[in-house]
Design a protein around this ligand. Sequence first.
Ligand code: ZN
Ligand code: FE
Length: 255
Amino acid sequence: MLSVTPIPALSDNYIWLLRQDNSQSVCVVDPGEAAPVIELLERESLKLESILITHHHHDHTGGLAELIKRYSPHVIGPATPSIEGIDEAVGDGDEVRIMGRRFEVSATPGHTLDHISYFTAGIPALLFCGDTLFCAGCGRLFEGTPEQMFTSLQQFAELPEDTLVFAAHEYTLANLVFARAADPENEDVKHALQECEKARALDRPTLPSTIGRELKINPYLRVGTDSVRQAAGSQGDNDNDLATFTTLREWKNRF
Ligand code: ZN
Ligand code: FE
């Protein structure tokens, strides 16, 4: 069994740690800083075998240099020149083997142009989606177009509903407050907001989510519903799903 645990880092990042039962070898995803990873590895006498990177932002790569120097892991990520230390550059349609599982790489541009995500089928299915899909939200459009992000999110919507979603930031509370405005008729959002407030008051992570849950509460995956489309219409264009998505994403930026 493959277990996945969060290592909180920086102000609101999670570095996900993958570990196969009874193995001391582990993999981390998007190490934005090295110190909390090193601390955990030392405390539990673990060996860092590999690293997965989703995109070039510093809060996802800032720990790379020190971890490479210390553990010489196999580093997999996009072929972005600014990311130093990639051993295996991967892109859309590639497959990688990590912790005994086969992961499919997909291009998921929008937040950045180099953004990739990692999915492994099986029980449970796992998705590492960096800053593309968040619980009840999606990443900001720093480099890509709304259409690119919309297409990336649509790919995720087609994954099995029980897929565990490991996003890279604890943004759930702010996302759900926005979702309440963007999807006002949605009772699942109101309920999720209450649950999220409880979890955050206890400093518990709200991740992983699941694809099934996101289909119920994530306004960016619900642009075809009357509730979201009408709310978007009060803020801008809602002529079609992409227009509604674009309006939502811009609305969130000034929300
Ligand atoms: Zn980012
Ligand atoms: Fe980030």
